[in-house]
Design a protein around this ligand. Structure first.
Ligand SMILES: [Zn+2]
Length: 129
């Protein structure tokens, strides 16, 4: 069994992790700044592997129209590409595509209605609203 690290945890207790790299400390408690940097990177990488960070800039600010909803779905489809697990990525992508299939006819109808309304306004015919 590997010897234990001589470092202390944040609560002041003796660290129970095994010694690493032939030294007296584990990967997390080694005072060597290079090894601390490596530990920081490993922690960051572990965090990134656990969750997908959404690219919020690509999403519409609000969803008030079918077109904005479609833009949101498209942004989510791009983000779904970053999901690491093959099954999870396919599951999320399939869900988004199912929603897209449901809203596409609405987006199409809304676009046609917008064209018709603009023609009515151009002809001086106002819709009763
Ligand atoms: Zn330690």
């Amino acid at each position: 069994m590997a010897e234990k690290c001589i470092g202390l945890t944040q609560s002041g207790e003796r660290c129970t992790a095994p010694k690493a790299n032939g030294g007296e400390y584990c990967l997390w408690h080694d005072p060597d700044p290079i090894k601390q940097e490596q530990a920081k990177l490993a922690r960051l990488k572990g965090g990134l592997n656990r969750r997908v960070t959404p690219q919020l800039g690509d999403y519409p600010e609000t969803i008030q129209t079918a077109t904005q909803l479609l833009a949101f779905i498209n942004a989510a489809l791009q983000d779904a590409k970053q999901i690491e697990g093959h099954v999870q990525r396919l599951t999320v992508t399939a869900s988004l595509l199912r929603i897209a299939c449901e809203i596409l006819p609405i987006v199409d109808t809304a676009a046609r209605l917008e064209i018709l309304e603009s023609l009515f306004y151009r002809e001086g015919i106002h819709a009763k609203t």
